[in-house]
Design a protein around this ligand. Structure first.
Ligand code: B1M
Length: 215
């Protein structure tokens, strides 16, 4: 089957909240040589965003969104498992999480998987993570980078609270910070004093490589 057709099917599987179809198309796509990155970024990610727009317009409701998110997660696991293995020697250590009050973790999981595939050691602290947890984990694993994801207007401020928690602990200069998520912008990163903003997973890799002078 043509790549375009598989990518279209991936998108449609989410628009029909069909987990079985999402898993099936992810497996078939990979078996037929479509890159897992392309399947995600051009298929599943577009599908879930289209559904978000429908949710915004009141055309679909929370139960459908939850079913689609479940299907997306299942497909993402298949795609992530097919990403090439990273280099054996770590290129840097990253603590990543979704901020407190926010359960959206699909984008964060994609970024974490891309980072691992690009040779970084990733410590994923999950979702609904308090600012102090980012700081504690970063100190524990002696991270180079702290990355946070926020998808709600109401939780964006927590990314600023991570900056404050780092300053309060007297360790702001020890780590570089990167922020991302649907509501996050370069302007917001500048306002809170984050070191970088990334609009998607590939941009995240680029920005982290720049922050660590690997680019
Ligand atoms: Co919710 N939700 N949701 N949701 N949801 C949004 C975010 C929303 C925009 C939908 C809408 O109204 N159009 C809206 C937020 C509006 C706002 O605040 N501005 C919204 C809302 C309102 C809500 C609830 C409040 C709904 C309710 O309960 N009434 C509720 C909130 C719960 C909470 O968090 N406390 C809620 C719940 C849910 C579900 C549980 C059903 C589900 C999440 C399941 C999960 O993640 N496990 C869900 C979903 C699926 C969405 C949408 C449709 C899709 C999110 C997603 O996965 N996108 C979303 C609409 C949208 O985003 N357009 C929406 C795909 C993902 C790959 O993209 O996460 O942006 P994204 O990640 C990208 C980049 O942003 C970037 O790279 C990623 C890969 O390319 N990136 C980083 C992300 N993090 C990064 C970190 C980095 C670097 C790059 O460095 C560290």
């Amino acid at each position: 089957m043509a790549k375009e057709e598989l990518i279209k099917e991936a998108r449609e599987s989410l628009l029909s909240y069909d987990k079985g179809k999402a898993e099936d198309v992810a497996k078939r796509g990979i078996a037929e040589g479509v890159s897992p990155q392309e399947l995600m970024s051009e298929g599943f990610v577009i599908g879930i965003r289209e559904l978000g727009e429908k949710f915004d317009l009141g055309e679909v409701f929370l139960p459908e969104l939850m079913l689609a998110a479940d299907a997306m997660q299942a497909a993402m696991e298949i795609c992530n498992a097919a990403l090439p293995a990273g280099e054996s020697e770590s290129r840097g250590t990253i603590v990543i999480g979704t901020v407190e009050g926010d359960v959206h973790d699909i984008g964060k999981a994609i970024v974490a998987a891309y980072l691992r595939a690009n040779g970084f050691e990733v410590h994923d602290i999950g979702r609904d993570a308090a600012p102090e947890l980012f700081v504690e984990k970063a100190m524990e694993v002696d991270a180079n980078i702290i990355g946070s994801s926020a998808l709600l207007t109401a939780t964006l401020r927590v990314q600023g609270e991570i900056e404050e928690a780092l300053a309060e602990a007297g360790v702001r200069d020890r780590f570089k910070t990167i922020v991302g998520g649907a509501v996050c912008t370069q302007g917001w990163a500048d306002e809170i004093g984050a070191d970088a903003f990334a609009k998607d997973a590939s941009d995240g890799i680029r920005k982290i490589e720049q922050l660590l002078d690997l680019a």
